[in-house]
Design a protein around this ligand. Structure first.
Ligand code: FAD
Length: 254
C-alpha cells in the first residue's frame, strides 16, 4: 500500500487502526501462506482466531466478522487456500460484520515498520486484555502459547520467528499466570529491541529503546545504588492502563 501523508500521533495513545490492521494482515496476507491449512497449522490458526474472539477489544462489526469466521473454522479438518479466501469474502454477509481490506498504520507508520510493529502491539494488547478479563490464577494463560503457535507457523519473517521460538522454548513454560504473560512478553520484546538497536532494521525516526521510556511511565524505572532497574509492579500498572480499552483511539480509521 502507498503510504499516505505523515500522521501526527500521540505516543501515549493506542490506535485501533494499528491493531485492527495487524488482525486483517494476519488473516488476509499471512494465513494464505499455505496452499492447505491442516494439522498443526490449522490448529494454530483456529486457536488464534478463537483468542481474538475472546480478547480482542475491537469495534462491533470486526468482532461480528471474527465470530463468524471462528464459527466456520472450528469444525474444519483442512482448508484450502481458495476456501479460506472465499470464507474471508463471505463472512461479510451477516449484517454489521466486516473487516477492512487494507491496513492503515498510524503509530506503526514509517519505513521498516507496519505489520511487525502492529503484531507486537496486538499481542501486548491481548496479554493485557486476558489479564483484565480473566484474571483467575487457576486458569492457564492462553494468549502466550497462541502467539507462539502463530509466530511459529505464520509470521512471514522467518528469522524473527526462529529467534522468538528460541526465547519461548527457553522460558515460556515458566509463566504461571496472566500477569506473568504480560511481563514475559514485555521483557522479551525489550530483549529484541536491545539486539536490534543500531542495526539496519531500525527506522531512524523510531530508535529501538528499552520501553517504556520515562516520559511514558516515570515510575517504571527506579535507580538502586546507581543502577537503573525496572519496577515490575509499576510496569503491570502501566500496561494495564496503556493497553486498556479506554486508551484505544479510533483516529484515522475509515
Ligand atoms: P517494534 O519493536 O515493532 O515495537 C512496536 C511498538 O511497541 C513501539 O513503537 C513501542 O511503542 C512499543 N514497544 C516497544 N518495546 C516494547 C515493549 N518491550 N513492550 C511493549 N511495547 C513495546 N526483526 C529483526 O530484524 N530480527 C528479529 O529477530 C525480529 N524478531 C521479531 C519477533 C517478533 C515476534 C516480532 C513481532 C517482530 C520481530 N522483529 C524482528 C521485528 C522488530 O522487532 C520490529 O517489530 C520492527 O523492526 C519494527 O520496529 P518498530 O520500531 O516499529 O518497533
Amino acid at each position: 500500500t502507498t503510504p499516505g501523508p505523515w500522521k501526527v500521533i500521540d505516543r501515549r495513545k493506542l490506535y485501533m487502526a494499528d491493531v485492527e490492521s495487524a488482525v486483517l494482515y494476519t488473516l488476509r496476507r499471512e494465513a494464505t501462506r499455505y496452499d492447505f491449512l491442516e494439522k498443526e497449522q490449522l490448529s494454530a490458526m483456529k486457536q488464534y482466531v478463537a483468542v481474538l474472539v475472546k480478547y480482542f477489544p475491537g469495534r462491533l462489526p470486526i468482532m461480528n466478522y471474527l465470530r463468524n469466521l471462528d464459527f466456520w473454522l472450528r469444525p474444519k479438518t483442512n482448508v484450502s487456500k481458495s476456501e479460506w479466501e472465499e470464507a474471508l469474502r463471505n463472512k461479510n454477509e451477516l449484517p454489521n460484520a466486516w473487516l477492512p481490506e487494507n491496513p492503515t498504520w498510524v503509530a506503526c507508520q514509517g519505513s521498516k515498520r507496519g505489520f511487525p510493529c502492529g503484531l507486537w502491539t496486538l499481542f501486548h494488547l491481548l496479554t493485557v486484555q486476558e489479564a483484565l478479563l480473566s484474571p483467575q490464577p487457576h486458569t492457564p494463560p492462553e494468549v502466550l502459547p497462541t502467539m507462539r503457535g502463530y509466530v511459529h507457523y505464520f509470521f512471514g519473517c522467518r528469522q524473527c520467528a526462529d529467534h522468538f521460538e528460541a526465547m519461548a522454548a527457553e522460558s515460556m513454560n515458566k509463566v504461571r499466570n496472566k500477569d506473568g504473560s504480560i511481563l514475559w512478553l514485555w521483557s522479551r520484546h525489550n530483549r529484541v529491541n536491545a539486539r536490534l538497536a543500531g542495526t539496519a532494521s531500525e527506522d531512524p525516526k523510531f530508535p529501538k529503546i528499552q520501553w517504556p521510556p520515562k516520559d511514558l511511565c516515570w515510575s517504571c524505572q527506579i535507580t538502586i545504588n546507581g543502577r537503573l532497574m525496572w519496577d515490575e509492579r509499576a510496569i503491570l500498572r502501566f500496561f494495564k492502563s496503556h493497553f486498556s480499552r479506554g486508551n484505544i483511539y479510533l483516529d484515522f480509521l475509515k
